[in-house]
Each structure stands twice: as structure tokens, then as C-alpha cells.
Design a protein around this ligand. Structure first.
Ligand code: NDP
Length: 399
């Protein structure tokens, strides 16, 4: 019986709150706090049990500490924005409350995301005997745990990993992003980058394109992107020689994005309009559909997973480990589309393992550093079943 404090009442916050509410045997008390308490109340009204709500500015450490001291949670799940990672980690450290998030820290003024600042908390968390679990969504999150599971159970050595993120969903809008548009567009318009033989190799944005036939979705164009889990996995998977990340985009999406980019709408650099300073990307976010509103409109499935290529018992082996998730089934269950669902469910599953002591430790951990087996045992019944498909080791599905 534990008390959980959830910060952030967006698409993912809604799923996390629903999923925690489905498990009163673990989460006996829930408090959902966000910048705008009305959004918390709207989510609370969808549930058939009572939860608390609160207003908090998560950029403000003192405000967070005051909220934590008044609610006294056993664990905090941070699903606000990556800009708040450091303030929330600081507040958890000061109050001795275990922390879990789904995205690494982003600098609000630079299109830059990295683990450096969060890893810098390692010594202080370790000294204080507090645990922080980083990146426990789907990607990062589930994909890291698939890698750790493959490393522990399926391979003696993994040489190459390709992370494949396919969204075959259609929301019917000409252009919308499935999660926070500002974060999403910044991620996609940055240079591509992958890791090979200890070096980072840069590619221009969306320059590398392949086709892949996804189970449950069909053939899709996939584009090479830099994604944050590459930073930790390249360090934590032993013997790794190359790791890349690929994501599907439709032609329609790429065309809209190119036009927006060409006219300067994806820039984060503030400009002056009628005496007001505004960032074009923040303005774009304000006019695009709210990701939380896509749920009832989205049809189709996601297929996200990893292809690992390596050696088992002296022989080459290649496997595809993935989950297929149906947007409409997610909406029926928690009133949200699959992107928020596939992020929120691993977060709650990770929180359960931290609360029952299965995942324990003092310090800051990326999820692949924790035991993948209990997570993989539980995640199917939590809503994200997975499968392992053997591939022909000589065949390159990404050629
Ligand atoms: P949303 O934009 O839908 O929700 C973010 C929420 O955080 C909003 O309710 C917002 O409030 C709130 N918030 C923003 N700033 C503050 C603040 N200073 N204080 C308190 N609350 C604040 O985003 P998503 O739900 O789509 O994403 C949530 C997180 O999940 C992000 O960090 C995102 O990067 C991550 N993510 C991770 C994925 C993964 O697979 N690992 C995939 C998808 C998302 P308001 O409503 O007032 O704006």
C-alpha cells in the first residue's frame, strides 16, 4: 500500500493516473499535480475512485518540496516535460523520495537533450540512499529493457541493435504530433546521429531512409533519428559495435514538416511580434491539435521494438522483440491514444517494481541497468504484451 505523486496532467499523465488507479492494492493513495489543476481534475473525473489533485509549478524546487512534504509520497512519477527533470530530481533528493521519469533533460533554450545533468545527481542520490529511475516510458524505456532482456537471456554478446518505432495510426488531421509538439518537432528536426565503434556518426535531419515490413501494420518508410536511449545503451550493452534508432513518418507528415521548417516555424529562437517575444515553435504548439485530443480520433496500431544481432553459443543470432499496440483499444481502456499509453504503462510498471523492492538501489539508474526479467514478466498483463521473432542472421531487413 503506497502513496504515489504524479506530476504532469498531459497525455501521458492521464494514462499513468488511470493505470495507477486500476491497482489500488499497490497505489492506495494517488495525487496528480500539474501547472493547471483543472487538467488534473478532468482526469480525476474519468476515474471510478477518488484521487487528490494539486497545482504545482514544477520549475520551482521549493513549490515541489512543499507539495511532497504535505502529501508524503512513497514515490514520484514525473510525466510533465523534460525541462522539469532537474528541479523534480532536486526536490526528490531533498525529501528522500524515489523518482521515476520517461524522458531525459532538455535545455529549454537549446535543442539539446542529454543525460549529463541527470547522471550528475548520481553521487548525491547514492549518498542519500535514494533511487532515481530514468527513461521508463517506451522509447526510452521498454526498448532499453528489451535490450537488457536480450543481453541477459538471448545472447552471449550483442553486436548491433536497431530500435524501430512505427506508428501506423491515423488521427485524420493533415498534421498533428502524437506527443508534446514542441518536444516532438525539436527531436525530429535535429541532426540524425548513431553510434558505431565508440564514435557518434552524424547525418543531416531525416537523410537516411529505409523500408521495413512491420507485423500488424505493414510496410512503412523509416527514418534514422538520434534518440536519447542511444546515449545510455551504447554504454550499458557490453560488446556493442553499433546502435541506431529509426522512426516511421508518412509522406504527408514529412511534407508538412519541411514546409513549416522552410518558413521558420520550427525555430525555438524567439522573434518579436507586435512588441511580444515569442518562439515560433511554441506558437506552432499552440495552434496544433493538443495530443491529448487525438485519442478518440486515432485508428490503427503501433509496433515498437528492437532488432538485436549478435552471438549465442558460438553462432550468429538475430531477433526482433516488439510490442503491437492498438490505438482504439487504448482509448477504450484509458481514454488515450497508444503513444501516451505505451509511455505511461511502462512508467507505472517500473513504479510498481520500485515500490515492492524488486528494483532497488541507491543512485541514478537507466532502466537497462535494472533486472529486466521481472519487468518483462509483468508488462504483458499491464497492457503491453511482447514477442520475440527469430530472424535469418544473414538477412539484413534494413538494407
Ligand atoms: P503533454 O504536453 O501532453 O503534458 C505535459 C504536462 O506537463 C501538461 O499537463 C503540462 O501542463 C505539464 N507541465 C508543463 N510544464 C509544467 C510545469 N512547469 N509545472 C507543472 N506541470 C507542467 O506531454 P505528454 O504527456 O505527451 O508527455 C509527457 C512526458 O512524457 C514528456 O516528458 C515527454 O517527453 C515524455 N514522453 C516519453 C515517451 C517515451 O516513450 N519515453 C514518449 C512520449 C512522451 P499544461 O497542461 O499546463 O501545459
Amino acid at each position: 500500500m503506497s502513496k504515489v505523486l504524479i506530476i504532469g496532467a498531459g497525455g501521458v499523465g492521464g494514462v499513468v493516473t488511470h493505470k495507477c488507479a486500476q491497482h489500488p492494492e499497490v497505489f492506495s493513495e494517488i495525487c496528480l499535480a500539474s501547472r493547471n489543476e483543472d487538467k488534473c481534475r478532468a482526469i480525476a473525473a474519468q476515474l471510478d475512485r477518488r484521487i487528490q489533485t494539486a497545482q504545482v509549478d514544477a520549475d520551482n524546487v521549493e513549490a515541489l518540496v512543499a507539495l511532497i512534504e504535505s502529501f508524503k509520497p512513497d514515490l514520484l512519477i514525473h510525466v510533465a516535460l523534460p525541462y522539469q527533470d532537474l528541479t523534480i530530481m532536486e526536490a526528490c533528493l531533498r525529501t528522500g523520495v524515489p523518482y521515476l521519469d520517461t524522458a531525459n533533460y532538455e535545455h529549454p533554450d537549446e535543442a539539446k537533450f542529454e543525460y549529463k545533468e541527470q547522471w550528475a545527481f548520481q553521487e548525491r542520490y547514492a549518498k542519500a540512499g535514494v533511487m532515481a529511475t530514468l527513461g521508463c516510458g517506451f522509447d526510452p524505456g521498454m526498448t532499453n529493457i528489451y535490450c537488457a532482456y536480450a543481453q541477459k537471456n538471448l545472447f552471449d554478446e550483442i553486436h548491433q541493435i536497431d530500435i524501430l518505432d512505427a506508428n501506423g495510426g491515423d488521427h485524420g488531421y493533415p498534421f498533428a504530433t502524437n506527443f508534446n509538439p514542441e518536444i516532438n518537432i525539436r527531436e525530429i528536426t535535429a541532426n540524425g546521429r548513431y553510434w558505431e565503434k565508440g564514435e557518434w556518426v552524424e547525418t543531416p535531419p531525416l537523410a537516411e531512409k529505409r523500408k521495413f515490413d512491420f507485423d500488424g501494420i505493414g510496410e512503412k518508410d523509416i527514418y534514422l533519428l538520434y534518440h536519447e536511449e542511444l546515449e545510455s545503451l551504447s554504454q550499458n550493452i557490453k560488446g556493442l559495435k553499433r546502435i541506431r534508432f529509426w522512426m516511421t513518418f508518412s509522406e504527408k507528415y514529412i511534407t508538412h514538416l519541411k514546409v513549416l521548417e522552410n518558413v521558420g516555424m520550427t525555430s525555438i529562437e524567439p522573434i518579436e511580434v507586435n512588441g511580444c517575444e515569442i518562439s515560433p515553435l511554441q506558437f506552432l504548439k499552440a495552434v496544433l491539435p493538443d495530443p491529448a485530443s487525438l485519442g478518440p480520433r486515432t485508428k490503427g496500431k503501433t509496433n515498437i521494438g528492437i532488432i538485436a544481432d549478435g552471438i549465442k553459443d558460438g553462432k550468429r543470432r538475430k531477433v526482433h522483440i516488439y510490442n503491437i499496440c492498438d490505438h482504439e483499444a487504448c482509448y477504450r481502456e484509458v481514454q488515450s491514444q497508444a503513444i501516451s499509453y505505451t509511455t505511461g504503462v511502462p512508467a507505472v510498471t517500473g513504479a510498481m517494481l520500485m515500490l515492492d523492492g524488486t528494483w532497488k538501489g541507491s543512485g541514478v539508474f537507466n532502466v537497462e541497468q535494472l533486472d529486466p526479467d521481472p519487468f518483462m514478466e509483468r508488462i504483458g498483463e499491464m497492457g503491453l504484451p511482447w514477442q520475440v521473432v527469430e530472424l535469418d542472421p544473414e538477412d539484413d531487413p534494413l538494407a
